[in-house]
Every structure is written in structure tokens, then in C-alpha cells.
Design a protein around this ligand. Structure first.
Ligand SMILES: [Zn+2]
Length: 482
């Protein structure tokens, strides 16, 4: 997730375990009344794109989150009404249910009310960032449940993906969410490590309304937007998370990657760097769609952020202000490399999910390798620079397939997982040939679209496209023998 580099390694290490905040309460509506989600009047404000037809509740095969957020910007506080509708994903009858509340880790979350199928309930407990809800009635496999939560988020000022800074609010991991259910491992809930990302997500549908009394604030969020008198509504379907930002002083830049709008929101003093990043993101989005298969959202938005490195999300990512501040007018810098890295996460994270706590290399090495593909195709004269700047100047060691719990320091973790992982994929390419590797990546993106893949899934698809024997390579780079 976070592409890291030497200078920011320490700060990033501090951030890696932070997962912040959430939103306020939603109207208590019986499930039946929700059938077609309310249609908002499309308006010119955040986006000209027309609203998507909402999925009827009864037909939803993904969890559905309806989040109504009242923003108190001066107080760095959000009042959130959340509705979560889903069906029991486990094969067994449930008597209790876990929600992951990452905002608890940074003391940002205060719950005011819980309603289960419309009935108020106090049958819940928090422990280790998990809210365990006692269900008043047993929930059979595949049966639907309707939860409502009213809560306040008070954002911490310590840098992080859920935080307030002098320039903006960063809203990642802000709402309680239903973790994926694995038939063997059960609920996929992992504690934070000292490095890396630990949250695992299945795709869901999001309807998010952001309201503010201050019309000068700039709302920055993914999905199809419709303006409201006091804010905007966003519809983001088939996404693993909904991440956003808001601040008073942002310049909005926009271009097209094919037919797909790409938007950047940057600080006014970084407009030129923002334009450069926008072009790199648009170029990489087009390239990756050609190489890996179609991009699955209607737009891509990225936002300058006041925390280290960046953070990918669906149709959205944050990018560190330091990359904009140090932009040198060329493509030989972190701004370009990390911008296209985060763009690659649209395929390796958003489309094909994986368990970032246990197998972080699977998306991170692929995204770093995707940086290389970008330079090879679009800036071939800079490939040698890229290898030196991103990979070779570091003394690389350590197993590529470590978990986030195998490492206490950020830089050694990144060197093993991201950088050595990239060397591994490059060596795989030498063995299989690029044609076979790219065919395998397209197949992997298609077959695991919307799912969680494992390293063995990846290798199984690779084996279908190439007879190359990877035994020695895996023995050299990995701790786990094939
Ligand atoms: Zn990454």
C-alpha cells in the first residue's frame, strides 16, 4: 500500500499502524423502505457524471454502506449516521457479529447508538479495534441483516491516514466495516503490525453523503458525485473502501485517460507538480488498462496529503505533499514513480484483493514492478535511472514473502517486500518471457476480480501461461518453498 522511501521511512513506520476515523448517524429506515436507493438530483458541482442506477437492496450481493456525514471542519469532527446492510457470508448461523472499527485504534470513534433491524441495542463490546455485536436473533447463513450506527469521529492531529492536518482532513478507515469471511480462517481480522497495512476488505457498495455548513470547503471523494445544497452525494459501487478528504484550499486539476476522467486535488503552491502528476497518472492508467485489462471505475481521483508516502483506495488515492514539494520538473522523482505506483493499485489491491497483513508482497511488488513497466513503455530512457533510484541503491535482503508481523522496522520491510519482490518479478519475466507474464497478469486480474487472491493463486495462473520452472527463484527469494 504505502510505497516507501528512505527519507520518509521513519514517519511512515509511525503511520503504518494508524487507522483513523468515521462518520455520523443515518436515518432509521426499515429495510423494505430502502428498495431503490434515493436518487439525488444530478448537479454540476463535483462531477458532471450522471448518477448510477442504485442496486436494489434485495438484489445486492455485496454489503451496502449508506453513510451520512455532517462535517464540523473547525472541530475536526464528523457526525456520522451509518447504515450497513449485508447477508451472513458464513456457512453457519451467527449469534454475534464482528465489525472492524479501525478508528478505535486512534481514539477517534465514539458510538452513540446501535440499531439492529430497526431495534435499539446495547448488546455490543469493543476490544482491539473490533466491535462485537450480540445478535438478538440468530442470523442464518445468507440471511440479511440491517445495522444502523450513529457515532462521532474526532480526528487526531498526529499524522496518519485518519487525521486532521492544517490543510485538510484525511478520512481512511473511518467507518466500522464487515470483515471478509474465509471458509477456512473465519473472519479476516488482523491486528496492526509495526509496518504495513493490516486491514482486509471485500468489495461493497457505498452511498456516501457529505454535508458541511461551509461552502468554501473542497470535498474530495471517489465515485459518481451529485451536488447537494449543503454538500454532495457519492455513489461508489463494487469498492473495497471509501476514502476521502476535505479542506479549504485545494486546486482541482482534471484530464482524461481515454474516456476516464482523472482528477487531482493539490495545494495551490503545487499546481505545476500536480499537473505533472496528473499526466503521469493518466498515462499509467491508460497503459495499465492495456496491459492488465480494463479499469473498473468511472473516474480516478487523487489528493495531496499531509502524511507520509500515500495510500491507495478504490478510484482514489492519497499522495504525500513532500513528493509535490520536491518535484523537479522531470519524471526522475518520487512524485512520478509513486503516483504511477498508486495507480497500479487500482488493479493490484482494488480489483484483485489480497491479504496485506500476511502476503503484502502480492500487491506491493506488483505495483512496484508496474512502475517499471510504466518507465519501460513511456520513458524508456529513464529505465536505468529507475532501477538505480528505486531499487539498486538499497542493499536488499530478506524474504519477499514475509508478513507485516515478521518485521519491526519499515525500511527493511520495504526493501524485502517491495524492492526484492520487484527483482523477483523481473527475474520471473526473464524466465517466462514478458508475453507470458503479461498474459498471466491479465488472467489473474480477470479471474480474481473482486476477490482475495493468494500467492499460490498467482503462481497457479502463472503456471498456466508458462512452463518455466520457478523452483529455484522461489527458493532464492522466498522463505516458503514451493
Ligand atoms: Zn503500494
Amino acid at each position: 500500500m504505502k510505497p516507501a522511501h528512505l527519507l520518509l521511512a521513519l514517519a511512515a513506520a509511525l503511520l503504518a499502524s494508524c487507522t483513523p476515523a468515521v462518520t455520523p448517524a443515518a436515518p432509521a429506515v426499515p429495510t423494505a423502505a430502502l428498495t431503490p436507493a434515493p436518487r439525488l438530483t444530478p448537479s454540476p458541482a463535483p462531477s458532471p457524471t450522471p448518477a448510477l442506477e442504485p442496486t436494489p437492496w434485495a438484489a445486492a450481493d455485496r454489503p451496502r454502506y449508506i453513510l451520512d456525514v455532517e462535517i464540523d471542519y473547525p472541530a475536526a469532527q464528523l457526525a456520522v449516521s451509518q447504515t450497513l446492510i449485508f447477508t451472513n457470508p458464513s456457512p453457519t448461523t451467527l449469534h454475534q457479529l464482528p465489525l472492524v472499527v479501525a478508528a478505535r485504534w486512534v481514539d477517534a470513534f465514539e458510538l452513540h447508538a446501535l440499531r439492529i433491524n430497526g431495534q435499539p441495542s446495547e448488546g455490543y463490546a469493543f476490544a482491539q479495534g473490533v466491535m462485537t455485536i450480540a445478535l438478538p436473533e440468530a442470523l442464518a447463513s445468507a440471511a440479511a441483516l440491517h445495522l444502523e450506527l450513529d457515532y462521532t469521529l474526532t480526528l487526531p492531529s498526529a499524522p496518519g491516514v485518519l487525521s486532521v492536518s492544517p490543510r485538510q482532513l484525511h478520512l481512511a478507515n473511518w467507518y466500522p466495516y464487515l470483515p471478509p469471511y474465509d471458509s477456512e480462517a473465519g473472519w479476516l481480522i488482523h491486528p496492526p503490525g509495526l509496518v504495513g497495512e493490516h486491514l482486509v476488505f471485500d468489495p461493497a457498495d457505498f452511498e456516501v453523503t457529505l454535508r458541511t455548513a461551509d461552502p468554501t470547503l473542497v470535498l474530495m471523494a471517489p465515485g459518481v458525485a451529485s451536488a447537494l445544497p449543503d454538500g454532495a452525494h457519492y455513489s461508489l459501487l463494487n469498492a473495497r473502501a471509501f476514502i476521502w478528504s476535505v479542506g479549504p484550499e485545494f486546486v482541482r486539476l482534471e484530464t482524461l485517460a481515454g474516456d476516464t476522467p482523472v482528477r487531482a486535488y493539490v495545494y495551490p503552491e503545487h499546481t505545476a507538480a500536480g499537473e505533472a502528476a496528473l499526466q503521469a497518472v493518466a498515462g499509467s492508467l491508460t497503459l495499465y488498462a492495456e496491459l492488465f485489462g480494463p479499469y473498473h471505475y468511472d473516474s480516478l481521483t487523487f489528493v495531496e496529503a499531509s502524511f507520509a508516502d500515500g495510500l491507495e483506495s478504490d478510484a482514489f488515492f492519497f499522495l504525500d505533499r513532500n513528493y509535490f514539494a520536491t518535484y523537479d520538473g522531470t519524471v526522475r522523482n518520487y512524485l512520478t514513480a509513486i503516483a504511477v505506483h498508486e495507480t497500479a493499485h487500482q488493479w493490484w489491491y482494488s480489483q484483485v484483493g489480497n491479504n496485506p497483513a500476511l502476503e503484502p508482497w502480492l500487491d506491493e511488488a506488483l505495483c512496484t514492478f508496474s512502475e517499471l513497466l510504466f518507465y519501460e513503455r513511456l520513458h524508456p530512457s529513464q529505465v536505468e535511472w529507475w532501477w538505480q533510484f528505486r531499487i539498486d541503491r538499497f542493499n536488499l535482503e530478506g524474504a519477499v514473502d514475509r508478513s507485516i508481523y515478521d518485521q519491526a522496522e519499515f525500511l527493511p520491510y520495504v526493501k524485502a517486500v517491495y524492492f526484492r519482490g520487484t527483482r523477483f518479478l523481473n527475474d520471473v519475466r526473464k524466465l517466462t518471457g514478458e508475453r507470458a507474464l503479461l498474459a498471466a497478469l491479465r488472467d489473474y486480474a480477470e479471474q480474481y476480480n473482486g476477490q482475495l487472491a493468494t500467492a499460490e493463486d498467482f503462481f497457479a495462473i502463472l503456471a498456466e501461461h508458462s512452463p518455466a520452472d520457478l523452483t529455484n527463484l522461489r527458493a532464492y527469494y522466498f522463505k516458503t518453498a514451493p
